[in-house]
Design a binder for this molecule. Structure first.
Ligand SMILES: C[S@@+](CC[C@H](N)C(=O)[O-])C[C@H]1O[C@@H](n2cnc3c(N)ncnc32)[C@H](O)[C@@H]1O
Length: 301
């Protein structure tokens, strides 16, 4: 499952390509840039200065999202309880060997990653971190139910390539772990994922595109269970969905991925969804694309 090829991205940071999933871990524009724009910035970490927070990093991979989080929290003296879920140990092995990756962060990040690799655990005065190796659909059950997360990062391969981590059933388990003001953050702006999160009772927001970088209409999604919209400040990196994005949720693309017993294969999940799409009366996604002058994106989205 884990044949991996090293790739370098346009901002100079390295990433991997999975032969099995036929997809890169990050956009070729930049692994570091993607982490900062799509995960770290929307987290609004300064809210936690001098306080403590719980974070769940789903699909830890090379560890960019956790490393960037740790690096920021080291600077602002925040207490952190971090859980990470990942099926494959190889990406972390790569990161620990890659000097240019380790040099991006405070030296303590390397110490934490080494401990996660050897002992699946790290603890000091500020940080408590656990890496649960295995299928996230199963390992999420090990996290004590009393722990509610302030931030949940969801960074799986795209829903078409790895639907297992985007189904109603898995996202329902994930959102149960979110505290009422917590943010679930993902790079995905898939209509199926957004619709599912909304149906699970969350408010959904779009991560603002950065036009100067030539990115498309959204950099991802932030989902929050009880968000006071009056508190949305212009400096937040996310905002309400545009009309175009709302209409996306009315198309066949919004038909969810399903995995009743949380053990289906990728092929079964995709097939069930295709069958459901064929029978659906919803607007075709092509019609929506044409209306808004879109081309089909071929990257993880
Ligand atoms: C897009 S990459 C993650 C990128 C990552 N956040 C980083 O900084 O490198 C997706 C990751 O999901 C992992 N993965 C795939 N299926 C999984 C599953 N069912 N449970 C847990 N991890 C899974 C892959 O091994 C891969 O490392």
């Amino acid at each position: 499952m884990s044949e991996l090829i090293e790739v370098s991205t346009r901002d100079g940071s390295y990433s991997l390509r999975s032969v099995f999933y036929q997809e890169n871990f990050h956009s070729l524009l930049g692994a570091l840039e993607e982490t900062k724009l799509k995960f770290t910035a929307p987290s609004n970490l300064q809210r936690f200065k001098g306080k403590s927070l719980n974070v769940l990093d789903i699909c830890f991979g090379l560890g960019y999202n956790s490393a960037s989080l740790l690096d920021e929290l080291i600077k602002q003296k925040t207490y952190l309880n971090l859980y990470a879920l990942e099926i494959d140990k190889k990406p972390l092995e790569y990161s620990l060997r890659k000097k240019s990756f380790l040099e991006l962060w405070a030296p303590k990040v390397k110490k934490i990653f080494e401990s996660l690799y050897r002992k699946d655990y790290f603890e000091d005065q500020f940080f408590k971190c656990s890496l649960l190796w295995g299928d996230a659909r199963e390992k999420i059950n090990i996290i004590p139910s009393a722990i509610k997360f302030d931030l949940i990062y969801l960074d799986g391969f795209s829903p078409q390539k790895c639907p297992q981590v985007w189904t109603i059933e898995f996202l329902s388990k994930v959102t149960e772990k979110l505290n009422s003001q917590g943010y679930l953050i993902t790079y995905s702006s898939s209509a199926a994922v957004r619709r599912t999160l909304r149906n699970l009772g969350l408010e959904i927001f779009t991560i603002k595109p950065s036009f100067n970088k030539g990115t498309l209409w959204s950099q991802g999604t932030v989902a929050i269970s009880k968000f006071d919209k009056n508190k949305l400040k212009p400096n937040f990196n996310f905002e309400k969905l545009s009309v175009m994005e709302e209409e996306h949720l009315l198309t066949k693309a919004s038909i969810p991925y399903r995995d009743k017993d949380l053990n289906s294969s990728k092929e079964d999940i995709i097939k069930k969804r295709l069958d459901e799409q064929l029978l659906s009366n919803l607007v075709s996604t092509n019609k929506w694309r044409k209306k808004w002058g879109m081309t089909k994106s071929s990257v993880k989205s």
